[in-house]
Write a protein that binds this ligand. Structure first.
Ligand code: FPP
Length: 233
């Protein structure tokens, strides 16, 4: 698959990815699950680079779901540490290549060190315009929807809005994706065919692409294959 096979005038503006299969990949290699997550960071780099070549404007990665807290403590801590280190270590390079970093999810539920590195990197890159890399951290779509409902109810209670004014647009403005367009393409790796509580509202019209490739094996070429498939539907 080469970039020349892709119609660059019809590339999805927003691609979302459920990065799945790190644990199975590690097991296949006879390694600990965390090793899979480490190699998964390489796949993030490759995918981001390819997305920039394709001129994708928003790339959303499901990095840590609310359900991930059910994992073994050691894996959970390791994954958090990896996220903090990666964000801290990559911030300068992301900035240099014009990436704007954003986050969706219940960020207040992350360890303080993670929140701190994240806020710093978001602030540093806030003026960049090449691509927005959206990390879904401690994210769950039902949490996001419930949160929007609570906030709107509060505003109604305080007489700030009338119930007649509750429209799709108003609801959307209360989601953590309020400044981000809906994804046109959603990719899930590792052969699972589920949405797993990811972007339930935003994926109403999204095209899905499923691949058996495990996330640590995913490359820029795989992203191009997904975009090519999307363009030929
Ligand atoms: C799913 O595989 C993957 C995750 C829960 C973690 C993904 C995180 C990374 C690749 C690190 C990302 C880093 C940044 C900076 C975005 P799994 O563990 O559920 O695999 P399994 O289904 O095979 O068990």
């Amino acid at each position: 698959m080469e970039i020349s096979q892709i119609d660059l005038s019809r590339v999805p503006e927003h691609v979302a990815i459920i990065m799945d299969g790190n644990g199975r990949w590690a097991k296949q290699q006879g390694e600990m699950r965390l090793f899979g997550h480490n190699i998964g960071v390489e796949s993030v780099r490759k995918t981001l680079k390819a997305a920039q070549q394709l001129k994708v404007k928003y790339l959303t990665l499901y990095a840590f779901s609310t359900e991930n807290w059910n994992r073994q403590k050691e894996e959970e801590d390791g994954l958090m540490e990896l996220l903090v280190n990666t964000i801290a270590g990559e911030a300068d390079e992301l900035h240099a290549s014009g990436v704007r970093l954003a986050a969706i999810g219940d960020i207040t539920g992350l360890p303080a060190s993670c929140q701190c590195e994240l806020q710093e990197a978001i602030k540093k890159t806030q003026e960049n315009t090449t691509i927005t890399l959206v990390l879904a951290l401690n994210y769950s779509a039902r949490w996001e929807i419930m949160n929007a409902v609570k906030n709107i109810a509060q505003e109604v209670k305080q007489n700030n809005i009338d119930t007649d004014l509750i429209t799709e647009e108003l609801f959307q403005a209360h989601l953590s994706t309020k400044d981000i367009p809906d994804p046109e393409l959603l990719i899930r790796t590792s052969g699972e065919h589920r949405l797993s509580n990811f972007l339930l509202w935003q994926a109403a019209y999204t095209e899905f692409y499923f691949t058996p490739v495990l996330w640590p094996d995913f490359t820029g070429e795989h992203l191009m294959e997904a975009v090519y498939d999307f363009q030929n539907r």
